[in-house]
Design a binder for this molecule. Sequence first.
Ligand SMILES: Nc1ncnc2c1ncn2[C@@H]1O[C@H](COP(=O)(O)OP(=O)(O)OP(=O)(O)O)[C@@H](O)[C@H]1O
Ligand SMILES: [Mg+2]
Length: 387
Amino acid sequence: MSYLSAIDLIKSQQMGAWVQAETDALNQKLLKCQMKLTRIQVFYMPVLDYANNVMKILILGLGGYMLMQQELTLGEITAFLTYSVLLSIPLMALGRIATIYQRGMVGITSCQTILNAEVPEIDTKTLSEETLDSLKGQTFSVRNLTYRYLQDDAPILNGISFDIPPGKKVGVLGSIGAGKTTLVNCLNHHLDVPSNSVFLGDRDITSFSRNDLRRFVKTITQDPYLFSATITENVKFGSGSRTISDDDVQGVLELSQLAGDVERFEQKAQTVVGEKGVMLSGGQKQRLSIARALLEPCDLLIMDNVLSAVDYETERKILEGLFARLEHRSVLVVSHRVNALEYMDEIIVLSDGKVLAKGDHSTLLKTCDYYRETWLLQQTETEANPC
Ligand SMILES: Nc1ncnc2c1ncn2[C@@H]1O[C@H](COP(=O)(O)OP(=O)(O)OP(=O)(O)O)[C@@H](O)[C@H]1O
Ligand SMILES: [Mg+2]
């Protein structure tokens, strides 16, 4: 199945021979298992069928002998034979049921692994409406956050501290693998962060459920995921029971600079985007996921590298629209591109899981060599290729 999804890559990289060898090996494995099963069935099925007939011969032979010895009457032998025939069919069916039961149990065990997965106790509790109201518009603080994926591994994030007060626009700049997505997933409690590391107001985020936290934080992930539905439906998902008008959808499409593209589609906003959004370009997918997140504003909107597939001009327009809409709310924009971060109130430069420098664009240009070099490099790129 994964080979089918990767068909474009297989063709473009000419990986056909390798895929064929892999598929052949899998088919051989399947053939071996199927043959083993067939051999067992070919042996036992006739044995079972013949056992039925052998039983009749035995009853008639042994019964005939006992009849001659006058130990049994003809009526008793006939009754016994009838009962045994009546019983043999349900008994054979029982054998088949045992096979079906065993196969079913294998499937059920796999499902149960997911269904019985333990939900942490804290996630089963809900904060009272009053407490939730008191958490609205509070500062997100990261205090000395250290995170490692596996207990014995080196930390991916090391002693990170910063605050995101309400209304502040914060940028995170870092090279590939610097730990930006890991930081994002700690902030939205996607990962099991250590306690006393991330706070909303004065509450540790590990002290209440993730469901409650996600009323305040929304994340637009690095790989946008779209459902096989229309553009409008993809925007409306996640708005809960609130009724959303088409004008609302149009509004967020305009903010995310997707309205122009949608206008060019034959079915406009009713265009079906296909499985995982195959009908859209990378940049269109990113902008659709931004529109979806903008429909229901939250206290902190995190954008993890979501503007990487749009040009600089569109990026600027999206950020301007976004900041206007989320004027009193906080935004955390993660990017490799300095251009996307120039307008931020504060930029955190991350390197190897540590905070290298903090400050606004003009301060960092003076104080942080890495920031200045990245900026200069990207300025040259922009001049060479303005789109
Ligand atoms: N689930 C995981 N298990 C183990 N290690 C991981 C996992 N996810 C990421 N890492 C490691 O953590 C480091 C940081 O990864 P992360 O995804 O946070 O980087 P990033 O800064 O977001 O990079 P990019 O700019 O490419 O998105 C990498 O070295 C990566 O190998
Ligand atoms: Mg990342």
